[in-house]
Design a protein. Sequence first.
Length: 149
Amino acid sequence: MMNELLLVVSIAGSRVAFPAAAVESVVELEALIPVPRAPHHVAGLSALRSRVLTVIDCKRSLEFGTTERIEGEIHEAAVVELDGHHYALTVDAVEDVVETLSEPTQLRASMGAGWERVSKGIVETEQGPLLLVDIAGLVAGPGVELRAA
């Protein structure tokens, strides 16, 4: 894991990291089509270069409320592929790409159930420690316990 690239994003006011290798692109979401009966953390569907993206509201997935979508504002998302499906993970901001300086270590303090559910541990970077987020956990949403690999 040392020297792996991470995409630093802000979600619900916290700076966290996604493994950069898992992120296909960073996009600005435009139209969002609601999906009836979808899980609460699925914000809707969007299109990107003739592909349908399932849009995951990361705040809802972590049970921190809902990302407010105001018409005319830029809404950034990280596009990932998981099990052959494409997802757009909404974030407050995309900040930077950094290298890891350490292997992930276990959380030593409580960050709340949402973060603990999606945590792969804390990694050191040149910008300080960051929570490494499990993308599959964000996509699965609350109430889903992931089995250890």
